[in-house]
Design a binder for this molecule. Structure first.
Ligand SMILES: *Cc1c(COP(=O)(O)O)cnc(C)c1O
Length: 373
C-alpha cells in the first residue's frame, strides 16, 4: 500500500511575477490557532485589517476590505458589481490583464470598447480621450495600473482624471502596484480598485483587497438587475465585512489567511508606505545597473518602467527555458517567463515586497552570471 507523508516544499527565492517571498513573520502569524469567523476576536481583526487596507490604498472609502479569493476574484467583483447588461465600458489593453478585463466586461453582458496599445508601451491618453468622445454612452473606464505581463506602469492619475471629465467611473487593477509604487485612491478619485495579497504585500496568495468609492457604492445600490454572482455581490458582502455592529454570516472568511494579511499590512505600516515605494525604486535601480553590466537590456522605457517587475530581453542565442530551469534547480531561484506576445522573448524579474532587497539583487545577478556563462 502506498504511504503518504507531510509535504516539505523547497526553500526558493521568489523573484518572479508573484507570489513573492513571504516573510517568516507572516508565515508565523498564519500558523496561529484558528478562531470562529464570527468570534469577537476575529471581528476586531477584520476591522483593523480594513483600516490597514485603507492606509495601503490611501483611501477613506468605508467599503474597503479583502475578498476571500485571489486577485482574479477582486477583478471579477469590480466588474460584476458595477456593470449591468447593456452598459458600455472602455477597456484599455496593453497586456494580458487588460485582456482579462475585456473578458469580464463581455461576460457581464456589456459592450467593450477597446483602447489598444502595443505591449511594452503605456496606454495612450489621446487614444483614451478619442474613445471617450466617440462613446458618450460609456459608463466606466477600466485599466491596469501595473501591467505584470509587460512591466509597464500606466498613468493612473491622468487616466482617472480623463475618465471623470467624461463622467465615467473607473475600475483600476492594482494587483501588482499596491505597496510597490505610488497609488492614491482618494487623491486620484478611483471608483473601484482591486489588488492581490501575494505581490508587493508579500502575503500568502488567495486574498484580494478591494475598495469602492461612495459613488461606486451608490451605483451598486441603485442597480436594476441583481449582481449575477451571488458570492461577489457587494450588497450582500457588506453585511459580513461592513462597519461595526452586527455581522451576518455570508461565507466563512479564510481566518488564518486574514491573520497573514493583517501581519503583512502591519509590516507595511511599520515601514511606512512611502518608504516601501522608495525601497522598490532604489533596489530596482541597483538591479538595472547590474543587468546592464551583464549585457541584459530592459524591455520597457525608463519613463514608465515598473520597479517591482523588471521585464528584460532574453539575450540573443540564449535558451529561455534552460536558463530558468537552471536558476530554479541550481539556485532555488524563480524568475518569470514571458506571457502572450512576450513568450520566449523576455524574462520577468520581480522585486516585490519582502523579495525586494539588495541581497536578492546580488544573488540574482550572481546566479544569472553563472548560468549565462
Ligand atoms: C497577478 C495578477 C492578477 C491576478 O491575480 P491572482 O491572484 O493570480 O488571481 C491580476 N492582475 C494583475 C495585474 C496581476 O499581476
Amino acid at each position: 500500500m502506498k504511504s503518504y507523508s507531510s509535504h516539505i516544499p523547497p526553500q526558493r527565492t521568489l523573484m518572479g511575477p508573484g507570489p513573492s517571498d513571504v516573510s517568516p513573520r507572516v508565515l508565523n502569524a498564519m500558523a496561529r490557532s484558528t478562531v470562529g469567523h464570527l468570534d469577537p476576536d476575529f471581528i476586531g481583526l477584520m476591522d483593523e485589517t480594513k483600516e490597514l487596507l485603507q492606509y495601503a490604498f490611501k483611501t477613506e472609502n468605508p467599503l474597503t476590505m479583502p475578498v476571500s479569493a485571489p486577485g482574479s476574484a477582486g477583478m471579477e467583483a469590480a466588474f460584476v458589481n458595477l456593470i449591468e447588461p447593456g452598459d458600455t465600458v472602455i477597456v484599455c489593453i496593453n497586456g494580458v490583464f487588460g485582456m482579462r478585463m475585456r473578458e469580464n466586461v463581455v461576460r457581464s453582458g456589456a459592450t467593450a470598447v477597446v483602447v489598444e496599445d502595443d505591449w511594452g508601451t503605456q496606454t495612450d491618453l489621446n487614444k483614451l480621450e478619442e474613445a471617450l468622445k466617440a462613446h458618450p454612452e460609456a459608463k466606466i473606464v477600466a485599466f491596469v495600473h501595473a501591467e505584470t505581463s509587460t512591466g509597464v506602469r500606466n498613468d493612473a492619475e491622468k487616466m482617472c482624471a480623463l475618465a471623470r471629465q467624461y463622467d465615467c467611473l473607473t475600475i483600476v487593477d492594482a494587483v501588482t502596484s499596491l505597496g510597490g509604487i505610488e497609488l492614491a485612491v482618494d487623491d486620484w478619485q478611483i471608483d473601484a480598485i482591486y489588488s492581490g495579497s501575494q505581490k508587493c504585500l508579500s502575503c500568502v496568495p488567495g486574498i484580494s483587497p478591494v475598495s469602492f468609492s461612495d459613488k461606486a457604492l451608490a451605483v451598486i445600490k441603485g442597480r436594476k438587475a441583481p449582481v449575477q454572482s451571488w458570492f461577489l455581490d457587494m450588497n450582500l458582502i457588506v453585511g459580513y465585512w461592513g462597519q461595526g455592529g452586527k455581522r451576518a454570516y455570508h461565507h466563512t472568511a479564510p481566518v488564518n489567511s486574514i491573520y497573514a494579511l493583517h501581519e503583512s499590512l502591519v509590516m507595511l505600516h511599520e515601514e511606512g508606505l512611502e518608504n516601501a515605494w522608495q525601497r522598490h525604486a532604489t533596489v530596482h535601480n541597483k538591479l538595472v545597473a547590474g543587468l546592464e553590466e551583464l549585457g541584459i537590456e530592459m524591455a520597457v522605457d525608463k519613463a514608465y518602467r515598473l520597479p517591482q517587475l523588471n521585464v528584460v530581453r532574453i539575450p540573443e542565442g540564449v535558451d529561455d527555458a534552460e536558463v530558468r530551469g537552471r536558476l530554479l534547480n541550481d539556485f532555488n531561484l524563480e524568475i518569470g517567463a514571458g506571457l502572450g506576445a512576450f513568450a520566449g522573448k523576455v524574462w520577468r524579474i520581480g522585486l516585490m515586497g519582502a523579495a525586494c532587497t539588495d541581497k536578492n539583487v546580488d544573488f540574482c545577478l550572481a546566479a544569472l552570471k553563472t548560468v549565462l556563462k
